[in-house]
Design a protein around this ligand. Structure first.
Ligand SMILES: [Ca+2]
Ligand SMILES: [Ca+2]
Length: 368
């Protein structure tokens, strides 16, 4: 059984320009607990698919039992890698297709992110299974290390599949058009390359690229007008929120508003205007992970606002947009780092805490 504990006092509101902490304008309910949860998505029947980094895909009935989904591809667990994102095909109601991202082992200790799709069958007993698993995209090349996979997945309003691909802590590949590391890629739902991609005529892996110069992007979200935003972890300082433009270069590792670990400087964005500058950046960092742009009715004042989970900052950051500009409007302190943010069919904001025993939290408005 799940214990529903209300922790009204757990969250403190931190005004950006005020040191006065006040109570957050929402109620937090602990709904369930998972083992290193990484991502979640709601099914049309209101249940949740939740990934756990060691490789398990869970099927959770809100307020009820948690089942398992079999048939998940083998993942390379370690460092920042393992099972990653989970999203539904826009036509899931007809085709039952689910997309998963994960870290995959290569030869000689190399690794890379992959995205697979599969058909999800839901059983009467609260469990499920995947069939017809098909890998439709891979990071190229596979490299050493276990960091910066990125591998967030989003479907856009026109049905294209978008993947944020981290630079695998290798720096220069983010500027190398012969790799898809440190890029945001745009694909058709079967992994093929749309003919109208900005570099489609170059062929090969280059044709997948929509934008370049990204570091470790762990958030992708479309706003109501169809604009795509991403956030990404900076190095020492310099976390970014970017408006993702066709063919644009976001500058990493040539420019960043942070510096390399250990203090070796990286020139700031302002020194090189040919690179697309972030709409917002953070120093000190928030360590952004998970991202929604809210459209629900539970928090009507927040429609059109972004919500970003903060890992090291143990927070939820509310973003206000103004056309092509964005700013942090509010920060809510949480008890743990936040790995994932989702909007529920109920309009509530749902969070996953990071790490072992990470809780599924439901944020609802305060009612008199
Ligand atoms: Ca999600
Ligand atoms: Ca940048």
């Amino acid at each position: 059984m799940n214990r529903h504990a209300t922790l009204v006092a757990a969250a403190l509101l931190i005004g950006v320009s005020s040191e006065v902490a006040a109570q957050a304008p929402f109620t937090i309910t602990e709904v369930a607990e998972f083992d290193e949860p990484w991502a979640m998505t709601f099914l049309p029947d209101g249940r949740l698919l939740i990934t756990e980094r060691r490789g398990a895909l869970k099927l959770h009935k809100i307020g009820g039992a948690t089942g398992s989904v079999t048939g998940v591809p083998r993942v390379d667990y370690g460092g920042q890698g393992g099972l990653g994102d989970v999203v539904l095909h826009p036509d899931f109601g007809r085709n039952s297709l689910v997309y998963l991202s994960y870290a995959e082992e290569g030869t000689r200790g190399t690794r890379g992110a992959a995205v697979a799709r599969a058909r999800l069958a839901l059983n009467d007993d609260g469990n499920g299974s995947l069939s017809g698993v098909e890998v439709i995209w891979r990071q190229q090349p596979k490299v050493d290390g276990r960091g910066h996979y990125g591998h967030r997945i989003a479907f856009g309003p026109d049905g294209h599949l978008w993947i944020s691909s981290g630079e695998r802590q290798q720096f220069d590949p983010a500027q190398d058009m012969q790799t898809n590391l440190g890029k945001i890629v745009r694909l058709n739902d079967d992994g093929s390359v749309p003919a109208d991609n900005p570099f489609a005529d170059k062929g090969g892996v280059t044709a997948q690229i929509w934008s370049l110069g990204h570091r470790n992007p762990l958030g992708l979200a479309f706003d109501a007008s169809g604009k795509l935003w991403n956030h990404e972890m900076g190095p020492q300082g310099g976390d970014e929120l970017n408006l993702v433009r066709r063919g644009a270069n976001y500058g990493y590792p040539i420019v960043s508003n942070g510096d390399h670990y250990g203090g070796r400087p990286i020139p700031d964005h302002a020194t090189r205007p040919e690179f697309a500058a972030p709409a917002a950046s953070w120093n000190p960092v928030i360590s952004p992970a998970g991202f929604i742009i809210y459209t629900g009715s539970e928090f009507p004042d927040w429609r059109g606002n972004g919500f970003i989970g903060g890992l090291s900052s143990q927070s939820v950051v509310r973003i206000e947009f103004d056309g092509e500009r964005a700013r942090e409007a509010q920060r809510f302190r949480m008890r743990e780092g936040i790995r994932e943010v989702e909007q529920g069919p109920d309009g509530a904001i749902w969070l996953l805490e990071n790490g072992d025993g990470g809780k599924l939290l439901r944020l609802t408005g305060r009612r008199r």
